[in-house]
Design a protein around this ligand. Structure first.
Ligand SMILES: [Zn+2]
Length: 166
């Protein structure tokens, strides 16, 4: 994934983002209040939103996720800070709507998925997601899911543009 996303001027407002993650080997780590958790090898998808202005906008949030060195605050920070974890792709879309639960539910329908850690990234979830991090144990590539997600996001109203960052 690109470490410099300053060129993505279209991501300078609020929006939703989906991180396609790969964990290279089984990893046990501390996830703040969730305690010690085990993450099996394989592909994960995390859905989040950045609905603030300025330093908390979409572009800054994505840049933050790419840095290994930072104060660990959100659940996802603990996972991304680990050396076994890489962001393979990011799909981001400008929107002012709170869409992360809707998108998370949609992603669950695309392939066999399990909840790796109950409550992960879902502290302020108003739905029944259980987790905004999904694990896809059977997946060998994320290409298909990225394509489906791109089409799905473009079908939603008030979501534009959709940007895929390798
Ligand atoms: Zn949710």
């Amino acid at each position: 994934m690109k470490t410099d996303i300053s060129g993505y001027s279209e991501l300078s407002t609020t929006g939703v983002y989906i991180l396609f993650l790969h964990v290279s080997k089984e990893t046990v780590l501390n996830v703040g209040w969730l305690g010690t958790q085990k993450f099996p090898k394989g592909y994960y998808i995390y859905t989040g939103s950045a609905l603030g202005k300025g330093s908390t906008n979409l572009k800054h949030r994505l840049a933050r996720h790419q840095r290994k060195q930072k104060q660990l605050f959100w659940h996802i920070d603990y996972l991304l800070a680990n050396k076994n974890v890489t962001i393979e792709k990011t799909v981001a879309a400008e929107t002012t709507k709170k869409l992360e639960c809707t998108i998370n539910c949609y992603l669950k329908t695309l392939a066999d998925t399990t909840i790796p850690v109950n409550g992960f990234g879902a502290s302020d979830c108003k739905n029944t997601c259980q987790s905004h991090l999904l694990y896809f144990p059977e997946l060998t590539s994320t290409d298909f899911l990225v394509q489906k997600l791109d089409i799905y996001l473009k079908s939603l109203t008030d979501v534009f543009p959709v940007v895929i960052i390798d």
